[in-house]
Write a protein that binds this ligand. Structure first.
Ligand code: FAD
Length: 444
């Protein structure tokens, strides 16, 4: 197709190789992905979304979607890369406690729109992450133990499916698609609008406290046992961190190896302090503390880049000793143990395929350390969480075998030719090799 004809199809801008806007728009935030698509299309409407998909299929080239580039782990080379960042609207209905967003919306916009009504979305550690990509991948945030995964709060999605249909997925319309979207990632269609529940959380008690890391294995064992008693309103993570020797870092912990407890309590400060006190006593004395009552929208909790990610049904002492040892030896500069469970482990009937809900702990390490991986292997479940998974080759590990089977059947029904395959791919369980992908596009 010549460039002129391609441009005439879209209301939004089209960037082709060699043109000024091409490099800027083809990039993701992942330095390992250097995509060279044949065209980057900036969607100006839901119609542009459908046109981009239909065009990619007609040209028999790869198709992929990018809102912010925070979760792009595979390159679209030679295909059409659809950018949705221009479709960034967040509407809040305070009476129904529902938000509706466009596909390019970032969490910050929802936080800002919901806060005046004392409502909160189930956002994660960064307000710059895209709402749709985050939610389709499950979405775990600091209110997760109280209200579940972000995917669990979705009530409706408008979707362009692989055959170019525009459908609404909800509990009673395309229920299989609705199920798969709530954790199955970008495998089932391009979402052009998402509606989800907001929750009545205006203020939280949140932040981090820092302790010396010299008794790390012992303190982590304490944390493990204490976490089993924590109420669902309280979410925590225990980290071993080597703090930078930089003037931005508080003096008391600057350049030190620390054990850090991050927490968020959806309730009042005194109750939170009372719940946390035994843990502080075990880990203490506190070197530095940044806990405060704040608007949920302002709580900045940060995240850890995962080079190693595993889920654990329990954290026996050898696991904690191995983690503490790897940190002490300087093999990893951040080790994060996160406490899951609560509402995430108690889904409502019909909830989506997100995560391994019965796993109470995840371990994330910011370095690949073969000796550590070998030491942890007998204890980890081998499972993962889609949003924290950098390696698309491990996509199957994000699901239980039963959910993976059902996801592959839904994929066969909605995307039998595996059009949505750039990134974390779930393959259809029935492949139709004789039918050309373009042949299935609904002609318009
Ligand atoms: C700094 C940072 C903090 C993070 N914190 C958390 C956290 O606390 N909890 C958590 O769960 N995750 C977290 N993540 C992971 C994040 O949720 C995923 O990387 C997510 O995929 C990002 O979505 P995006 O739209 O911003 O990224 P993009 O790279 O723009 O999109 C990622 C993928 O999402 C899919 N997608 C995006 N838009 C659509 C659409 N409209 N229709 C269909 N598919 C679509 C596509 O498959 C696309 O490849 C974090 C990531 C970063 C970088």
């Amino acid at each position: 197709m010549n460039p002129q004809a391609l441009r005439q199809r879209f209301a939004g801008q089209v960037h082709l190789p060699g043109e000024p806007g091409y490099d800027e728009n083809r990039r993701s935030l992942n330095p390992a992905v250097d995509a060279r698509p044949a065209a980057v299309v900036e969607a100006a409407s839901a119609t542009d979304v459908r046109t981009a998909l239909v065009t990619a299929r007609a040209l028999q080239v790869p198709f992929s979607v990018q809102a912010t580039g925070h979760g792009t782990h595979a390159a679209n080379d030679g295909g059409i890369l659809l950018r949705t960042s221009g479709l960034a609207a967040a509407l809040v209905d305070p009476d129904r406690r529902i938000a509706r967003v466009g596909p390019g919306t970032r969490w910050r916009a929802v936080l800002v729109a919901a806060a005046p009504f004392g409502l909160a979305p189930l956002s994660g550690s960064s307000p710059d992450v895209g709402v749709t990509g985050y939610t389709l991948g499950g979405g775990v945030g600091w209110l997760g133990r109280r209200y579940g995964f972000a995917a669990d709060s979705v009530v409706r999605a408008e979707v362009v499916t692989a055959d170019g249909r525009v459908v609404t997925a909800s509990a009673d319309r395309h229920p299989d698609l609705f199920w798969a979207l709530r954790g199955g990632g970008g495998n089932f269609g391009v979402v052009t609008a998402l509606e989800f529940r907001l929750h009545p959380v205006a203020r939280v008690f949140a932040g981090a406290a820092y302790f010396a890391a010299d008794r790390a294995a012992e303190t982590l064992a304490w944390y493990r046992d204490w976490a089993a008693t924590a109420p669902d309103e309280l979410s925590t993570a225990a980290l071993l961190r080597r703090m930078p020797d930089s003037p931005d870092v508080p003096e008391a912990v600057r350049g030190r190896r620390v054990l850090m407890i991050k927490s968020m309590y959806a309730g009042d400060a005194d109750q939170a302090r009372c719940l946390l006190r035994p843990l502080w006593n075990a880990a203490g004395p506190v070197l530095h503390e940044e806990l405060a009552t704040t608007r949920y929208a302002d709580a900045a909790m940060g995240g850890t880049a995962a080079r190693y990610l595993n889920l654990f049904p329990a954290l026996p002492d050898p696991v904690l000793r191995a983690l503490a040892g790897a940190h002490e030896d300087g093999l990893a500069s951040t080790v994060e143990i996160r406490h899951w469970g609560g509402a995430m482990a108690a889904p409502a009937a019909g909830a989506g395929p997100v995560g391994h809900r019965d796993m109470p702990f995840s371990v994330i390490v910011d370095a690949l350390v073969p000796a550590l991986e070998a030491a942890l292997r007998p204890y980890g479940s081998g499972g993962s969480f889609l949003n924290f998974l950098a390696d698309p080759g491990r996509t199957a590990s994000a699901y239980t075998p039963e959910n993976l089977r059902r996801l592959r059947s839904v994929k066969a029904a909605y995307d039998p030719d595996n059009v949505f395959q750039v990134g974390h791919n779930i393959t259809p369980n029935v492949i139709t090799p004789d039918v050309h992908p373009a042949a299935r596009v609904a002609a318009r």
